[in-house]
Unconditional design. Sequence first.
Length: 138
Amino acid sequence: MSNSKRAKVTCIIGCGTPPSPTYAIDTGSVPATEVVHPHHTGLRLRPALKHMGITKRRVGAEIQIYSPGGGINKHQHEGAVHVLYILEGAADYTIGEQTYRAGPGTMLYLPERVPHSMEVVGKKNLILVWFDGPAPEG
């Protein structure tokens, strides 16, 4: 921004309650809530977009935290794809017929109608960023 005006800072990340909607948030300030789900065990979520006041969207995103021993039972999705980015911990993901050991820095793609499952490995929480969106047409 060398030759243009600097943007006015309206909210500093992590400094209290941001305006609603806001377009940036310190995800550490979003409380993690325990989730009961038929396919997931040991899961807590940080629903960042909800806390940003963004409720109508075609793409979802949240921080997922799985406890050691937690995981995802084998299932598949209709009409949606998921992208996962591992921040901390490790897990074995089976996507279709392939199994991957995923750790920090791993990105995973879960296509529509492809069975997938996951098991946290080790003694640390698995922390990841989860994105979902509509499946591609055609």
